[in-house]
Design a protein around this ligand. Structure first.
Ligand code: GAR
Length: 215
């Protein structure tokens, strides 16, 4: 089977990127990261890419006078690379609808909440403030509505009474580092198919998101 060609977009640390690199190197994902693109020149994730000889580029939003022009530059780079899938892994820019449409249903995002709950920023603080008993992580298809596209997989964890933001972050990251590798493995094996009008999982229509198994 052909290798899944993946582009990873980052803005910072890139621990999710690392989990994908590791899963490719261990053979879990039959794929290849063709480029890592960051909108921040000092993102540590770029170092991670360099260490593994992966093409890494910076397209900084600060170099453009408008959001549209930044999106155009990014669209051009992505079009040229023509990946099977674009993975947002801690990419902290909202993409415009023209870019999203150009790669319709080929962009995935990982979001630190159990979507559709807690879209947007500061999800940990908001969950703690609301005295939630659980929180989690979702991987979804990117559509032009922020954090609102179809959810493929969700992983959940408990919030304990004394948990702080850093505790939730750590629990979330632990799940995240299993989640992108899992979804990309499914995609690379043909278990998961994201079609124009439906998501198919293991031959069946995916009607509600997959729950990540607890370990
Ligand atoms: C991840 O925890 C991801 O859920 C979050 O950024 C972090 C990046 O970590 N994404 C968002 O908040 C998107 N709205 P990483 O750079 O170590 O992979």
């Amino acid at each position: 089977m052909k290798k899944l060609s993946i582009i990873v977009l980052i803005s910072g640390n890139g621990s999710n990127l690392q989990s994908i690199i590791d899963a490719i190197e261990s053979g879990q994902i039959n794929g290849q990261i063709t480029a890592v693109i960051s909108n921040q020149a000092d993102a540590y994730g770029l170092e991670r890419a360099k260490k593994h000889n992966i093409d890494q580029r910076v397209i900084s939003h600060k170099d453009f006078t408008s959001r549209e022009n930044f999106d155009l530059a990014l669209t051009e780079a992505l079009t040229h690379l023509d990946p099977d899938i674009i993975v947002l892994a801690g990419f902290m820019r909202v993409l415009g609808s023209a870019l999203i449409q150009a790669f319709d249903r080929r962009i995935l995002n990982i979001h630190p909440s159990l979507l559709p709950n807690y879209k947007g920023l500061n999800t940990f603080q908001r969950a703690i403030d609301n005295q939630e008993s659980e929180h989690g992580v979702s991987i979804h298809i990117v559509t032009s509505e922020l954090d609102n596209g179809p959810v493929i997989v969700r992983g959940r964890y408990s919030i304990l009474t004394d948990d702080k933001i850093s505790d939730l972050q750590a629990k979330g990251h632990q799940l995240e580092h299993r989640m992108y590798p899992q979804v990309l493995q499914w995609l690379s094996q043909g278990d998961l198919k994201i079609n124009a009008d439906a998501i198919m999982f293991q031959g069946k229509l995916l009607e509600s998101s997959i729950e990540l198994e607890n370990r």
